[in-house]
Design a binder for this molecule. Sequence first.
Ligand SMILES: [Zn+2]
Ligand SMILES: [Zn+2]
Length: 135
Amino acid sequence: MAGEAQTRGGGCQCGRVRFEAEGTPIWVAHCHCADCRKATAAALATYAGFLREKVRFPAGQPADYPSSPGVTRRFCPDCGTPISFESERWPEETHLFVCTFDDPESFEPQGHVYVSEQLSWLHLGDDLPRNQKTS
Ligand SMILES: [Zn+2]
Ligand SMILES: [Zn+2]
């Protein structure tokens, strides 16, 4: 709905950490980089980028660590679910994981990033734009 601020909720697997993101994501994309693979233990990570000011943590305080210079990754201190990615490269954005939202179906990925690092055995049938790095 145009002009209507939608709020989406999500959280970690054990339920301790909850987050809310208001409005439409700036972008939704699959990341194939090796850092995201390690941080999520998955072949790729699907993110929704939101304005940082639109993301709240109504319950539970996530823990965090610097996964590389200028990058902060948050996670649930109890169950370990990855919660967010923030980088000095995009100081106004918080990147949340689509699959930790309560309704991951409500997101529509628009493309792939870091396909230069994609695993060779991962074969995907979509025809979304594929970026070697971030653009
Ligand atoms: Zn948890
Ligand atoms: Zn990545």
